[in-house]
Write a protein that binds this ligand. Structure first.
Ligand code: NAD
Length: 300
């Protein structure tokens, strides 16, 4: 079987490629805007392609499944980067879907996000909860989900949508743990925390995530949350990072209950649906954070 992975040079996409490459032929499709060639496992075919452009179909002729993971993954640039979110996430997804139709790709797995639920969602949030995004990133992911479903129904394509919590691991060159380690490496005395430190979210380690994505793909249902069963607040993350670096910095806060415009102060997903398919995360949020902190520190 041949599998195309858009965003396959990025954090999650390249880890998926690593996991799938022994059993399947893999084509990584990436424009290397944030992805890196060294992330892509050896022996995997690479197509440098920008999904904002049309014309992907000719490269998908013999592809059976597309994991569509390319996106502008930066969630904290709203409202400045509205154009980027729209083009990378919305136009890009439409182009990938059209290419799948033209090339007769019968199966798509789409990387959505917990942010589609917005800030008023019940906690833990089940998959059938109303979608109520509060950022352009969230709006494009929610719109993408609908597009994926409409294309699936109209053109007879199997679709799997995974709504991911905060996915962490040493290979991810962004996010709160990466930022804290790098800030503390520069100034071990003080750490500035965005918001009031009380934003509480679910963090899940990359290995658990990739196992979950593959379990969701195998199932005959179409929408799944993937996260850890618990959550941790930003102060808790700062404590773990400082502890792993052997430091006792002063924490200071930018204030407010959100880290940035469009931030969701609390997020924890109901993961019972994927658990009932046989998947379960091995690590909780704090364990995932600690392991990631160690890996980011090792890479300094
Ligand atoms: P990442 O930045 O590491 O990977 C994204 C990849 O897409 C990069 O390799 C980048 O070069 C590529 N890309 C971006 N725009 C492209 C374009 N126009 N054409 C071709 N390639 C392009 O991000 P990630 O953390 O691996 O995220 C992967 C997916 O999962 C994204 O869709 C993201 O929105 C989603 N997601 C991630 C998280 C998380 O916590 N990391 C949470 C929820 C959802």
């Amino acid at each position: 079987m041949k599998i195309g992975i858009t965003g396959g040079a990025g954090f999650i996409g390249s880890t998926l490629a690593e996991e799938l490459k022994d059993e399947h032929e893999i084509l990584v499709i990436d424009n290397f805007s944030s992805g890196r060639e060294e992330n892509v496992p050896e022996g995997v075919e690479i197509l440098e392609f920008d999904i904002k452009e049309e014309g992907l179909a000719e490269y998908l002729e013999d592809v059976n499944t597309v994991f569509h993971f390319a996106a502008n993954p930066k969630v904290n640039t709203f409202p400045d980067d509205r154009e980027k979110d729209f083009n990378e996430n919305f136009v890009g997804t439409k182009n990938v879907l059209d290419a799948c139709v033209d090339a007769d790709v019968g199966d798509i797995v789409f990387a959505s996000s917990s942010v589609v639920y917005g800030e008023e969602a019940e906690i833990p949030t089940p998959e059938d909860h109303r979608l109520d995004p509060i950022s352009m990133y969230g709006a494009t992911k929610a719109g993408d989900e609908h597009m994926v479903q409409v294309y699936g129904q109209t053109f007879g394509i199997d679709t799997t949508i995974v709504r991911l919590a905060n996915i962490i691991g040493g290979k991810n060159p962004k996010g709160v743990i990466y930022d804290f380690v790098h800030k503390l490496d520069e100034n071990p005395e003080e750490l500035t925390i965005l918001g009031n430190g009380k934003q509480r979210k679910s963090y899940i380690y990359i290995d658990d995530t990739v196992r979950g994505i593959l379990e969701a793909w195998k199932s005959d249902k179409s929408v799944f949350n993937i996260g850890s069963e618990d959550s941790i607040d930003v102060d808790g993350i700062a404590d773990i990072v400082a502890d792993e670096m052997g430091l006792t910095p002063e924490f200071s806060y930018t204030g407010g209950e959100k880290g940035w415009t469009g931030d969701v102060p609390e997020m924890r997903l109901d993961i019972e649906k994927l658990k009932s398919e046989g998947w379960e995360p091995e690590r909780n949020s704090a364990e995932s954070v600690r392991r990631t902190a160690r890996e980011v520190i090792e890479r300094l």
